[in-house]
Write a protein that binds this ligand. Sequence first.
Ligand code: PMV
Length: 330
Amino acid sequence: MTDAVRHLIATAMAEVKHLGTGTAYAPSNIALSKYWGKRDPVRNLPLNSSVSISLADWGTHTQVSAAPSGEDEVLLNETRLSAEDPVARRALDFADLFRGDRDLPLRIETRNTIPTAAGLASSASGFAALTRALCATFELDLTETDMSRIARLGSGSAARSLWHGFVRWDKGARADGWDSHGEKLDVTWPAFRIALVRVDVAPKTRSSRDAMTHTVNTSPLFPAWPAQAEADCSAIIADIAEHRFEAVGARAEANALAMHATILAARPSLSYLTPQSWHVLDQLWRARSEGLCAYATMDAGPNVKLIFLEKSTSDLHRVFPEATVIAPFG
Ligand code: PMV
């Protein structure tokens, strides 16, 4: 256990006498400036910093307790998963970071308020909620920054799901990842809105983990990405602080398109965007040329998320009547 984050968990767990029931909630988050590409795939250390907005009550509720059956149990949205299910495996492997080699069978019950694996980063809220619930179960006295470091080991973007509002995830410089964690930005922006335009809610066909490795290894556009993404992240944070909406939206959209262009240029090519995603973008761009103030961002899936301000809600609904609107600041 030379790794700093694993050492942190092991030290906290050495004090554990009692196993209670831990319940937790974590919001999902949408990156306004994306994380794409790892400098360390085991610790999920990114090549660039990123900044996100959390999705309020769209996220994951998780409860962890001792398994009454004496065997690990994982339930997702009230359905018991088989031990071989990849979601169950990832959750239990993550719990092993805490249990080590102790015989502590756990029951992990998790419920998403968003569709699983629809490109809506349910892994982000999932690992953040699981981290919080495990810390509560074992009564570990860890800070949110520590929990962000731990959640990152489950899924990179989970490092940003420990908080509501805007969160920056610093790429960090240390090889052990100690300085790579989320940090809540001290900004509220009550009029800020996100809308989800559903294109397809089926599980994604290619994991972001695989796709990142493939992009880093084969896309001739990748070398330009980390510096551009870092610059976008800093500029978006400065614009968020000043509530400069159009600057935030325009750069977030450009950043997402640059990420997708980089992915598309991988050899062989890879695309998360479908003809329906492009149709939504086309509708948005037309509406924007006629005065709608809204911008798009897309993650590892075909759905399109729109960023806009409260005052544009009815204009946006005229173009996208089916869009689901989220108010990140309640
Ligand atoms: O944390 P992961 O491995 O699910 O990767 C997230 C990747 C994107 O959602 C596309 C970008 C991001 O920063 O959330």
